[in-house]
Design a protein around this ligand. Structure first.
Ligand SMILES: [Zn+2]
Length: 277
């Protein structure tokens, strides 16, 4: 068992890194770690994660009831509790509001396209848990739907949640999600992502075993299977990359777009105004 003093110090360090990287502002975010088999070390309510000290932490039981500490546990204690209930393998939970990933969560766009080989091999897909009022019982309900099959998810109009076999593993997944979100945003600004083909995704999934990566659930060909991750990866005959083909609902493809010069557009507008009169 990792000593309590080490876990307290690790939480302080991870909080400092999250704040320094802009993943949290003000008192946002929360962190917890299992302490042995029946307790948790958790960040307290209403403190900036960038300026915590080891003595600020709360010790709770697995129901989130405070056993020790001057401060009360995080207001998102219920969400952390739910994760530990659903995932006996999880040792640590990290919640933050990294701005680019949270932008995707606000826009309702999951990070589920097969784009980066290393993300496929580690996190797989990053879905969006339905909107829930923060710090209420709604949030654990929203998270429950995805947590068995995913180590990282976006929270609609809120932020992101990651879990891991230790605190640094959970924190690095938060870094990966934000990094992936930034790359996806840039690729979309540049015209859209080429996608990794379905066959290549299955090959990458096999590499998980080779490299000893413990993923929570397999990427399945049939998305209706329970406890599966769903990744958008088109089939292709032999090619490992498929040109930007996946579109958001309502988004038209390049070949369906109408291109007009400024002069043509002005003429059309003038014509329309004339008709209105
Ligand atoms: Zn939050």
């Amino acid at each position: 068992m990792t000593p309590e003093s080490t876990l307290r110090a690790d939480i302080v360090e991870v909080g400092r890194r999250m704040y320094a990287r802009g993943y949290t502002a003000s008192n946002d975010g929360n962190i917890s770690v299992r302490l042995g088999s029946d307790r948790l070390v958790m960040t307290p309510k209403s403190v900036c994660k960038g300026f915590m000290t080891p003595d600020m932490m709360c010790i709770t039981d697995l129901d989130g009831k405070k056993l020790q500490g001057d401060r009360d546990p995080s207001s998102e204690m219920l969400m952390h509790r739910e994760v530990y209930r659903q995932r006996p393998d999880v040792q640590a939970v990290v919640h933050a509001h990294p701005p680019t990933a949270t932008g995707f969560a606000v826009a309702g766009i999951p990070l589920d396209r097969a784009v980066l080989a290393e993300v496929i091999a580690t996190l797989g897909s990053i879905p969006i848990a339905e909107y829930a009022t923060p710090s209420t019982r709604e949030l654990p309900d929203a998270v429950r739907k995805y947590i068995k099959a995913h180590d990282g998810m976006l929270l609609a109009n809120h932020g992101a949640l990651t879990v891991g076999a230790d605190l640094y593993a959970a924190y690095y997944k938060m870094e990966t999600i934000e990094h992936f979100a930034k790359i996806s945003l840039v690729a979309r600004l540049l015209g859209g992502e080429n996608l990794i083909s379905r066959d290549e995704v299955l090959r990458l999934q096999e590499l998980r075993g080779t490299y000893g990566i413990k993923a929570p659930a397999p990427i399945c060909a049939d998305p209706s299977t329970a406890n599966c991750q769903v990744v958008q990866a088109p089939s292709s005959a032999g090619a490992r990359l498929v040109p930007n083909v996946v579109r958001q609902a309502g988004e038209s493809g390049a070949d369906e777009r109408i291109r007009l010069t400024y002069r043509e557009l002005s003429a059309l507008i003038e014509d329309a105004i004339r008709n209105v009169r």
